[in-house]
Design a protein around this ligand. Structure first.
Ligand SMILES: [Zn+2]
Length: 277
């Protein structure tokens, strides 16, 4: 009985993974089972295009542990534009998709100036449209930000000033304490991925943010198959949702709290934000 209680206690949710990625082709059942065995009992798989969002919904319908997020990733926008035609078509397609009860978030959207796949003005316009979609569907947003903090904050602040806060999360947070402060002011949650464990000096300013996130805003994720946490980075061929346990442990150490505490806190926060049971 005691063991059972301990097992029940050990639960984490991977708030951001890409189970439709080709790295997991024909293997999702094994990945989900391995996650469960590691105590990762829920995961949210992220849509990056219309077809990827539909694939994520199909996975969420197949596996009770999996929930879907739907959106167009900033780096995929140019490929999707011909299918969209107008802003209203985009909003209609995704509003309809969001009617599926397995859909729990609008993600991933955002701004990415590292890759040069989409002109920044188009990325910003669609980030604002995804905020609008979040209001229409009453679903939280999952936001990607790579080398684009200023542009992202501009869109988010503009929306905040006009419409008030949108519930959401900055996924795979990679900023410094100033960016953290700005994101918290906008009411966003903060999700850490394996990148927080990377040894490179340039991640020191990211690690400085870890103790500063209020307990009720903290989430964890893998962004798998990418961003494998240390000490497995470069040693395994793909990241998987079960690896979120390592990132959670790392964060618990920095914050000076127990593993049970980080599990409980992040799971509570995730369940509340995404209305997951
Ligand atoms: Zn992602």
């Amino acid at each position: 009985m005691r063991n059972l209680n301990l097992m029940e206690k050990k639960m984490l949710i991977d708030t951001h993974c890409h189970l439709d990625d080709e790295a997991f082709a024909n293997d999702v059942a094994n990945i989900v089972a391995a996650a469960r065995n590691a105590g990762v009992e829920r995961m949210i798989t992220q849509g990056t295009s219309i077809s990827s969002s539909l694939d994520c919904i199909a996975l969420a319908e197949e596996f009770p542990e999996v929930y879907a997020a739907i959106a167009i990733h900033p780096n995929c926008l140019m490929e999707e534009l011909p299918a969209l035609g107008s802003d209203d078509v985009f909003l209609d397609i995704f509003t309809k998709m969001a009617e599926n009860p397995r859909v729990r978030a609008i993600g991933e959207t955002g701004v990415d100036l590292y890759w040069h796949d989409t002109p920044v003005n188009i990325q910003k316009k669609f980030l604002a449209l995804h905020f609008e979609l979040s209001r229409r569907t009453q679903l939280p947003v999952i936001i990607h930000c790579r080398d684009a903090e200023e542009d992202l904050l501009k869109v988010a602040r503009n929306d905040f000033d006009k419409n008030g806060p949108v519930p959401g999360v900055i996924h795979s947070f990679s900023g410094n304490t100033d960016f953290l402060k700005a994101c918290l002011e906008l009411d966003f949650h903060i999700s850490y991925s394996g990148s927080v464990t990377f040894k490179n000096k340039c991640f020191d300013s990211l690690r400085e943010t870890v103790p500063l996130v209020p307990e009720n805003r903290l989430l964890v994720e893998t962004d798998s198959p990418y961003l494998t946490p240390m000490p497995f980075r470069g040693k395994i061929k793909r990241n998987t949702p079960e690896m979120v346990t390592h990132t959670a442990r790392f964060i618990a150490e920095i914050r000076g709290i127990s593993e049970e505490n980080i599990q409980e806190t992040t799971t509570q926060n995730t369940k509340k934000l995404f209305q997951i049971d």
